[in-house]
Design a protein around this ligand. Structure first.
Ligand code: MRU
Length: 360
């Protein structure tokens, strides 16, 4: 399986620089958390679950750095590193989820050596659990794909966006293996082309047939009856089922509703934010305007053109047919069904703490 990030035994992190794809596969190795923070900010690593995993590894690097001073001074440094990592991108809740989980794990540690060991183990566990969660949600989601369907996806919610299998693309991978999927339609996903550069790259590697379309072609294809389902990932899902995901997701959901096409969201429970009631409360990242006024370094608009560049939008729950998680498929009303899949996650964590396997 393809892993976009790895912890190396010598206390370093290795990740694929996604800004260089598809032209070059450039792997970066670092032992410093500021390089991880920079990589998240610049989208060298991106996608909600992968941002969380990278942040946990970054925190582990921060924990390993510096002198073996007293635990209080060490905690002070760790807290500052967590603050820097947390500030890199605001929308994906997986980022703060992973940092909080890692900080909780070391809350009781008595000495620095023990705390360092715990931080590294916890980061690796977050990574491994994400891969398993994706595989499970892939199986749940594949059952929803009509046999012989062409399925449209937006942005990149694949191996490159997660610990290594994918959420929306994980479902499509599983559906392909089961012989249900005919073809994927991938939107190019302006402004940064995650669909064209990353989703197409992943699907080509795996031999899954795909057709790339410009974002604005989606409505026409749906109207012509060419799309059997739409499936996307998520950066944050509010308690009521509103979904923040890559800009352009909301219009796809409206078009799907208008054309009678099911609209599915695939995400692990680490993306569900029960503390945020509605999509209106989700912070939306605004990125630099030059991502809109240029394409891969070449200007596409006159000098001085003003651009708005919200990186995400919110799809109201009314447009979402189902939310696919590793603990099952949540259907409306989402208040109750999302609580149930998150409750199942807590029960699972409890069982794991008591030595059960966590599979199945
Ligand atoms: O700006 P990006 O590339 O990090 O945005 C990624 C997305 O919007 C994905 O759809 C989302 O994070 C889910 S990834 C499994």
């Amino acid at each position: 399986m393809f892993l976009p990030i790895e912890w190396l035994p010598e206390g370093k992190v290795r990740f694929l620089d996604q800004t260089r794809l598809p032209r070059e596969e450039v792997w970066v190795e670092t032992d410093g958390y500021p390089a991880i923070a920079e990589a998240i900010r610049r989208l060298r690593v991106r996608g909600a679950p992968l941002i969380g995993i990278a942040a946990a590894y970054g925190l582990a690097l921060a924990g390993l750095a510096g002198p073996e001073s007293g635990i209080d001074a060490w905690r002070g440094r760790l807290g500052r590193a967590a603050g820097e990592l947390r500030a890199t991108r605001p929308t994906a809740v997986n980022l703060e989820w992973a940092l909080e989980r890692a900080l909780r794990a070391v809350a009781e540690a008595d000495d620095v050596a023990e705390a360092r060991r715990i931080l590294v183990d916890e980061a690796r566990r977050i990574h491994e659990e994400d891969i398993r969660a994706n595989q499970r949600l892939g199986e749940h989601g594949a059952a929803l794909i009509p046999t012989g369907a062409r399925v449209l996806t937006h942005c990149n919610a694949g191996s490159l966006a997660t610990g290594g299998y994918g959420t929306a693309l994980g479902v499509l991978r599983s559906a392909w293996r089961q012989g249900r999927l005919q073809e994927v339609y991938a939107t190019e996903t302006r402004p940064l082309l995650q669909g064209a550069r990353l989703t197409a790259w992943e699907l080509a590697r795996e031999g899954i047939p795909y057709t790339l379309i410009v974002d604005s072609a989606a409505g026409s294809l749906m109207r012509r009856g060419l799309i059997g389902a739409v499936i996307v990932g998520a950066d944050r899902i509010a308690a009521g089922g509103d979904v923040a995901n890559k800009i352009g997701t909301y219009p796809l959901a409206v078009l799907a509703g208008e054309n009678g096409v099911p609209f599915y969201v695939a995400a692990p429970v680490s993306t569900i934010d029960l503390a945020t009631a509605s999509g209106d409360d989700i912070p939306i990242e605004e990125r630099a305007g030059d991502e809109v006024t240029s394409l891969q370094g070449a200007a596409t608009a006159p000098e001085g053109a003003r651009a708005a560049n919200p990186a995400f939008d919110v799809t109201p729950h009314a447009y979402v047919s189902a939310i696919i998680s590793e603990n099952g498929v949540a259907r409306p009303p989402y208040e109750a069904s999302l609580r149930a899949v998150c409750g199942a996650a807590e029960a699972r964590a409890g069982a794991l703490a008591h030595g059960e396997t966590g599979d199945g």
